[in-house]
Design a protein around this ligand. Structure first.
Ligand code: MSP
Length: 512
């Protein structure tokens, strides 16, 4: 039986358009999803949009459109972002869909049946921007700790007995040291819970853009309870579907650090209250600043993913996002850093390796895989350490994973310089030249297979140039058993990673 792997992005608020921060979360999930598929897993990869709540209602009112119209429009933008960034999600859920409403209500009922929901009255602070409640003691200078404005709210509300889960959560954290990554963030979560948990208001009555509370339609569900339920509704919960059986509990909920508390405290508590299993891992990534500044609407410096793709290329952008900062840390986006990385790592290293090897084969070996076999221990790539790569991915260490690919390409580039096949050719040592080119082509095959999750289009272009059939590109095919067959005709080579020039500010950076 195939192993299953379920990974989710956060669902994106539809009050705004996608920017590089959203693209970042989605690309990270995509790399993991693609990696797992190539590693033999059956993957379910979910993304979607978070469409209810006061924030969306307010933004829509400001534009004088209905919240549904705003949701329709912006949800489509996020769907387009997925397509643009080559995100391989299998499903895209919208919280205004009936499959979701039904599921969120079923979750509510289950928590209620189990005695964890009671009616009361909320009086306290609420931040619309964060869609979060804050205690008086948490405020900093009259604002939320995130800097968001807060407003005083007093209304009838249902409460969730979060306080009952303080001890069970701490026990769960202790028993599952991998539950939250990175470790530093896990420690923050633990100390938050140790600091004491108060019951949580989980319904609102002063506005209506949300899912009705089952049995009391005066109330709508708190948007975070509604939103978190998406991870289950996409599996068909509460029906005991094959998807629910195969994919729950989720393997990874990927989130930004700003929304970790909702995922690592509230969500597991809701699930415990409903008698459901907890996700295996929640990984919190850092935030991007733009050229050293916080990305914000007021500064107008948010970068649209399509601007990056247009200027630098899709795989180049994906590569930069995954490589620039150790996943979990904050990072700074700078055009200069992106161009430098793309040129030194993709163009000069991996691209150049493929280009010079394949064009030599094309010109000197009759356009066919030359005769040879992998025998030169100094190619380096022979000793590919796939276990180390797999472990890096398991820990969301995307930078380490790319380091491996770079190392193999550098070794192969050193090998080509050392063996100098062009000299062998001049000296008439054609058989030796063929052997060297064969070893190189074989290392390019492996590097390209490895690169597929991160730079899918470019990796598959290189594999096409090596005439590798599409069904021979998984990690199982890294083994020598599937090595290139001498004599196989190859299509004419084409450069894959062009150099970027640094001059353009807005659009003409790429030069082949
Ligand atoms: N709707 C909630 C999530 C509900 S999940 C059940 C939400 N949406 S969001 O659109 O505001 O943010 C989605 C993701 O984008 C979050 O993981 C957030 O961390 C990420 N980013 C938003 N701005 C970012 C940066 N500047 N940098 C990196 N990621 C950032 O929160």
């Amino acid at each position: 039986m195939k192993k299953h792997f379920y990974i989710t992005t956060p669902i994106y608020y539809v009050n705004d358009k996608p920017h590089i921060g959203h693209a970042y979360t989605s690309v990270a999930c995509d790399v993991l999803a693609r990696f797992k598929r190539l590693d033999g897993f059956e993957v379910k990869f979910l993304s979607g949009t978070d469409e209810h709540g006061q924030k969306v209602e307010k933004s829509a009112a400001a534009l004088d459109i209905s919240p549904q119209a705003m949701a329709d429009r912006n949800s489509e933008h996020f769907r387009q972002m997925s397509a643009l960034m080559n995100i391989s999600n299998d499903d895209f859920i919208r919280t205004t869909e009936s499959r979701h409403k039904r599921s969120a209500q079923a979750l509510w009922r289950k928590m209620q049946e189990n005695g964890y929901i009671y009616p009361g009255k909320y009086a306290g602070w609420y931040s619309v921007r964060d869609e979060a409640y804050y205690a008086e003691s948490e405020l900093v200078g009259g604002k939320a700790p995130t800097g968001a404005e807060v407003e005083w709210v007093e209304e009838p509300s249902y409460f969730f007995k979060l306080s009952a889960f303080e001890a069970p959560l701490l026990a769960y954290y202790d028993a599952n040291p991998e539950f939250v990554g990175p470790v530093s963030r896990f420690n923050e979560v633990k100390s938050f819970v140790r600091g004491g948990l108060k019951d949580l208001s989980i319904s609102r009555t002063t506005f209506s853009w949300g899912i009705p509370v089952p049995g009391d339609e005066e109330h709508i569900m708190y948007v975070w309870l509604d939103a978190l339920a998406n991870y289950l509704s996409a599996l068909g919960y509460p029906d005991n579907t094959p998807d629910l059986q195969n994919f729950w509990p989720a393997d990874v909920h990927m989130v930004g650090k700003d929304i970790l508390r909702f995922h690592a405290v509230y969500w597991p508590a809701f699930l415990m209250a409903a008698g459901l299993e907890l996700p295996k891992r929640i990984f919190a990534h850092g935030w991007w600043t733009i050229e050293g500044e916080k990305m914000s609407k007021s500064l107008g410096n948010a970068i649209a993913p399509e601007a990056l793709v247009e200027e630098f290329g899709l795989d180049q952008t994906r590569w930069f996002l995954m490589r620039e900062v150790p996943f979990g840390n904050d990072g700074n986006f700078s055009r200069e850093a992106l161009i430098a990385r793309v040129n030194s790592e993709l163009a000069n290293n991996i691209g150049n390796l493929a280009q010079r090897t394949l064009s030599m084969i094309s010109k000197n070996c009759d356009g066919k895989v030359p005769h040879g076999r992998v025998q030169d221990s100094d190619v380096g790539i022979r000793g590919i350490d796939f276990d180390a790569i797999r472990e890096a991915l398991q820990n969301c260490e995307f930078d380490k994973y790319t380091n491996h690919a770079i190392k193999y390409a550098s070794e192969a580039n050193e090998y080509i310089d050392r063996q100098a096949p062009w000299t062998l050719k001049k000296e008439g040592k054609l058989e030796e030249m063929g052997k060297v080119l064969y070893s190189l082509a074989e290392s390019i095959r492996k590097i390209s297979i490895l690169l597929q999750p991160i730079t899918p289009d470019s990796a598959s272009k290189i594999l096409d140039q090596l005439a590798i059939p599409p069904d021979r590109r998984t990690f199982a095919h890294l083994s020598e058993q599937f090595a290139l067959k001498p004599g196989t005709p190859l299509p004419p080579p084409e450069p894959v990673f062009p150099r970027l020039s640094a001059i353009s500010e807005s659009g003409e950076g790429a030069s082949a």
